[in-house]
Structure formats: C-alpha cells, structure tokens
Design a protein around this ligand. Structure first.
Ligand SMILES: NC(=O)c1ccc[n+]([C@@H]2O[C@H](COP(=O)([O-])OP(=O)(O)OC[C@H]3O[C@@H](n4cnc5c(N)ncnc54)[C@H](O)[C@@H]3O)[C@@H](O)[C@H]2O)c1
Ligand SMILES: O=C(O)[C@@H]1CCCCN1
Length: 318
C-alpha cells in the first residue's frame, strides 16, 4: 500500500449508554480534584488547556465550542466538541450535544470517539459537588436547585448521594418542568413556583438554567450560603445579579475562562478570589463562613480525565 494512504487503526465508537455505564462519580471526583489542582499550580507546565473556541450559530440560536486539552504527565490528548442551544422547552430536544475525541498523542490519530452527553452531565455536577465540599456552610440543611433540565438531574444525583440535606427544593421557569423533574428523580423534592420562595433560607443554591438574565438576586440569599452558578456561559449571559456578585467571594474553575466567558463576572467587574484548584492545593483559602459563588464554565481537562476513565474501563472489558 502507498505509505501516504496508510491509516492508523480505526477508532472505537462508544455510545452514550456505554459511556454512562463506565463512568462513576466515585472514580470521577478524585480524578477531577487532582487535575483541577494541577491546572491551578503556579508552576504548572504539565496541563495545557486553552480557553475554548466558540462559534455562534445565529440561525439556530446556538453555539459550538471546541475544547482541547493535553495532560502531559499522563500523555492524554483529548478534544470535546459541544454545541449548545437555548431551546424552547416544548421541543424536548437536548440543549447540549457533545462528542469527545481521544487521540494517540504520538501520531495524532483518533483512538476513540465517545458520545459526550453523560461525560458533560457528570463531570459538571461532580465539579459543583467539589466546590460545595470546600465552600458550603458546615451545617448545610437546605439545597435549592434553580432550573430543572439535564444538568439539574445530574446535580441532584450527586448532591443527594454525597451530602445529606433535610430538604431539597426545585424551581424552574415553568412549574410543569419542575413537577416533571420531581417525578423523575429518586428521592424527595419540594417544587416551588417562585424562585424567591425556593431560595429563602437555602444553604446551598445551584443555578443550572439557560437564562441570559439574572435568576438569583442577592437580596434573596441567606448570608453565608454557597452558590454553584453553572449556566450563563457567554459574556452577555447572566444568572446572578450585581448585588450577589459584589457581596460574595468569587471562585471559578479557570481565571482565563472566566475573563473571556463569564457574563456574571465580566459585566460586574468583580475580582475573582480563587480558582477551585488553588483551594484544592492549599494556595488560596476556602472562606466557608462568607457567602461564596463558584462560577463554573466547564473545562476540557475535566472531559479528558472523564474520557480516560471511560476508555480504560472499556478496554479492560474487551
Ligand atoms: N458549567 C459547565 O460546565 C456547564 C456544562 C454544561 C452545561 N452548562 C450550562 O448549564 C445550563 C443548563 O444546562 P442544561 O443542559 O441543564 O440545559 P436544559 O436546557 O436542559 O435546562 C435548562 C433549564 O433552565 C430552566 N430555566 C430557563 N430560564 C429559567 C429561569 N429564568 N428560571 C428558572 N429556570 C429557568 C429551563 O426551564 C430548563 O429547565 C446551560 O446554560 C448550559 O449551557 C454549563
Ligand atoms: O463545558 C461544557 O461542556 C459546557 C457546554 C455548554 C456551555 C458551557 N460549557
């Protein structure tokens, strides 16, 4: 065969149900803690991850992001493509479509292509849970989730698995969506039609909406509460109002990412206090007694470690 046409071995394709079966929170959380810590070390040269490139899909009310990452000490090269849309809830189409590519770093050929939905749901919820472990008040009794879509489900799963709350509350833009959510998850949930009432007295609040306007207001929030703000991932989108952003201590996954993408931070001009990884390695403190916001945007390194867990499990099952 002509050497120019020589192909590497064909990549394996792992469907969503296969990926989901191989990805457990118990294994994911320590791997995420490790990689976030390494990313945030001041002497880091081992973990390379540019801020994602995003192209708008104006005709479709959506975006596509490209999220490459290289983890040198594991020789792990990965890219996720993720398209996200502000969907009309009546369409019942997923608002996120993701595909993860694992490469052979020595040659650049693709070794595995995976459906990225479950990786995106689980790694995002797991990182919010890591922020809560570090930053939520010691006696957290009430969890409130604003937004009742796909991310709300994975956040509910992990938060009720690793913490024990006296009460879990949910509220979405439409009451039917919150009621559908409550019927779907396993465990007790109180459905609220008013976000203000849902949030009242909550120790931890997760915002997982696709809103571009604030859904959570500082005057509603109990002092000392922790907020994991997962939506609002474009510079002109907001989930939290100015008062909350100014009063809270702000943590992020990546300072660079936040400076480019986080509307809540960019539009209020507030200072980022720390990356989660800095808290994990002990170079910045966890100010648990203050009102804290973890502004999550999502990182390619999170997808990379999740994809490696899945690939290794799949390989050993063959
Ligand atoms: N930080 C990360 O790593 C990360 C990862 C994936 C997705 N996201 C973002 O998280 C958000 C949620 O993602 P998803 O997949 O669950 O989307 P989804 O479309 O499945 O759910 C969004 C939910 O938000 C609700 N909502 C919209 N406006 C609201 C409002 N004003 N008040 C209350 N609820 C409201 C909708 O009713 C819906 O239930 C999106 O913005 C997405 O881009 C972030
Ligand atoms: O990190 C991610 O995968 C997501 C996708 C949707 C937009 C925000 N970030």
């Amino acid at each position: 065969m002509d050497w120019r046409r020589k192909m590497a071995a064909e990549p394996v394709f792992l469907r969503d149900d296969v990926v989901a079966g191989f990805l457990s929170y118990d294994e994911l959380i320590p791997r995420l803690e490790e990689i976030l810590g390494k990313f945030s070390r001041s002497d880091n040269t081992d973990v390379v991850q540019p801020v994602r490139s995003v192209i708008p899909l104006h005709q479709h009310n959506g975006f596509m992001g490209l999220m490459p990452a290289y983890i040198a000490y594991e020789d792990l090269l990965c890219t996720k493509t993720v398209a996200f849309y502000r969907r009309n809830e009546n369409l019942h189409l997923p608002s996120t479509q993701a595909t993860v590519f694992l490469f052979n770093p020595a040659c650049g050929n693709v070794i595995a292509v995976m459906d990225g939905a479950d990786i995106t749901f689980k790694r995002t919820a797991a990182v919010s849970a890591i922020s809560a472990k570090l930053l939520m008040p010691a006696q957290a009794e009430i969890l409130c989730i604003l937004g009742c879509g796909h991310q709300a489900v994975s956040h509910y799963e992990i938060f009720t698995k690793i913490f024990s709350f006296k009460e879990v509350r949910v509220c979405s833009r439409r009451l039917e969506t919150a009621e559908r959510f409550a019927a779907r998850v396993q465990g007790p949930v109180k459905v609220f039609s008013s976000a203000k009432e849902a949030v009242h007295g909550a120790d931890i609040i997760i915002t997982v909406t696709n809103s571009s306007q604030p859904v959570l207001f500082g005057e509603w929030v109990k002092p000392g509460a922790h907020i994991a703000a997962v939506g609002a991932c474009r510079p002109d989108w907001r989930e939290l109002d100015d008062a909350l952003m100014r009063d809270a201590v702000i943590y992020v996954d990546s300072r660079h990412g936040a400076a480019v993408e986080a509307g809540d931070i960019i539009q209020t001009g507030v200072e980022v206090f720390a990356e989660l990884g800095e808290v994990l390695v002990g170079t910045r403190p966890a100010l648990r007694n203050k009102t804290t916001v973890f502004k999550s945007l999502g990182m390619g390194i999170q997808d990379a470690v999740a994809a490696k867990l899945v690939f290794d499990k799949w390989k050993s099952s063959q």
